[in-house]
Design a protein around this ligand. Structure first.
Ligand code: FES
Length: 81
């Protein structure tokens, strides 16, 4: 799960056909898995820390993972359903 703001200057990102995500300010684009593919941003989208708790998925909105600072944590920031 990703913060829906661009890591360049924290502007909103929108969903595009393709599929892809695009920043609404400088048009950086990201794959659905948050990987940066083009534009001014220099890194992947910021992942929220999540965990599975029984039938629920818990999102910690106070902790996040940046791919350039914690690539292993960023890659593991998924929950299998
Ligand atoms: S704010 Fe998103 S590319 Fe600049």
């Amino acid at each position: 799960m990703f913060a829906l703001s661009c890591p360049h200057q924290n502007n909103a990102v929108k969903w595009l056909q393709g599929p892809a995500l695009q920043c609404t300010k400088h048009d950086s684009q990201y794959q659905p898995d948050g990987v940066h593919t083009s534009g001014r941003a220099t890194r992947n989208m910021i992942a929220n820390v999540i965990r599975r708790d029984g039938d629920a998925i818990v999102v910690d909105l106070h902790r996040w993972i940046q791919s350039d600072k914690d690539p292993t944590g960023w890659a593991a920031a998924t929950v299998a359903i």
